[in-house]
Ligand binder design. Structure first.
Ligand SMILES: CCCCCC/C=C\CC(=O)SCCNC(=O)CCNC(=O)[C@H](O)C(C)(C)COP(=O)(O)OP(=O)(O)OC[C@H]1O[C@@H](n2cnc3c(N)ncnc32)[C@H](O)[C@@H]1OP(=O)(O)O
Length: 243
């Protein structure tokens, strides 16, 4: 599955919906057993959630957007398919969450390709299920530091903390993901799927139980004047970087 939403694969509502439909199609076709998730945007895996979806819109839109973000995470996190990410670019916040929801992560060895949950740098907070997904991957202490500081880890550090499983030269990201896949596909499917569910269901259930409250919380938080202002300032900084 090659993500293509130029210029930065930001996760707009439309793009989230496309990803969701693609995933559902693959999951419902018995011929498919695995996905390699990668990017078609040079140098960028994903810039995360689309800031334009969270800025200057009305509460109904925020609620619809957040429901789609939740849905995509739940589907990827609990997918019965083997999902491996071949991370071939910088990968921030919501994009990093997507990669963390995969079963295995291969990252291209380029110092520019940092990844992490950098929400605090924008003045926003990673929701509990983003946090849980990170804790499940790197452990509590590393997650606590990474989340508070909004750290984006370059490849060597991402490997060291366990945010990714393998770092390989850039031209080998896909082949490395394919080689890894062979090992996962050699395991009896039902045993692997049930084990995945055993490991992940408690984390997903936390959100499933509180889904509506989580949407309301997001809408309340994102609608605050101070948060809107912080997002606008961040977007403006991104634009000024060019001049
Ligand atoms: C209680 C709940 C609270 C809320 C929880 C929210 C949870 C998750 C939040 C997120 O995922 S927020 C998104 C965080 N993402 C980032 O911080 C990354 C921001 N982007 C960048 O750092 C850079 O764009 C890049 C990815 C490193 C690429 O750099 P490059 O120089 O190649 O490209 P740019 O010139 O910076 O960008 C091109 C173009 O895209 C626009 N853009 C970039 N990122 C986003 C984005 N996330 N959403 C919307 N638009 C984005 C950027 O402004 C440029 O636009 P133009 O100037 O061309 O109009």
């Amino acid at each position: 599955m090659k993500m293509r939403n130029p210029p930065v694969n930001s996760l707009s509502l439309e793009f989230l919906t496309e990803l969701l439909i693609s995933l559902e199609k693959l999951e419902s076709d018995k011929a498919f057993h695995a996905i390699i998730l990668t990017s078609d945007c040079p140098g960028i895996f994903s810039a995360g959630l689309d800031l334009m979806e969270m800025c200057g819109r009305d509460p109904t839109h925020y609620a619809e957007y957040w429901k789609a973000v939740q849905e995509l995470w739940l589907r990827f996190y609990l997918s019965h398919l083997v999902v491996i990410s071949a991370i071939n670019g910088v990968n921030a916040a919501g994009g990093c969450l997507l990669a963390l929801s995969c079963d295995y992560r291969v990252l291209a060895d380029n110092p520019k390709y940092a990844m992490g949950l950098n929400e605090t740098l924008l003045g926003i907070i990673a929701p509990f299920w983003f946090k849980d997904t990170l804790v499940n991957t790197v452990g509590h202490r590393t997650a606590e530091r990474a989340l508070q500081l909004g750290l984006l880890f370059p490849p060597a550090e991402a490997l060291q903390v366990g945010m990714v499983d393998k770092v390989v030269p850039e031209d080998q990201v896909l082949s490395a993901a394919r080689s890894e896949l062979a090992q996962w596909l050699a395991i009896p499917g039902h045993a692997r799927q049930l084990t995945k569910s055993l490991m992940r269901k408690p984390t997903a259930d936390r959100l499933l139980k509180e889904r509506d409250a989580d949407i309301q919380n997001f809408v309340r938080f994102i609608s605050r004047d101070a948060i809107q202002k912080a997002l606008r300032v961040y977007l403006e900084k991104l634009k000024q970087k060019k001049t």
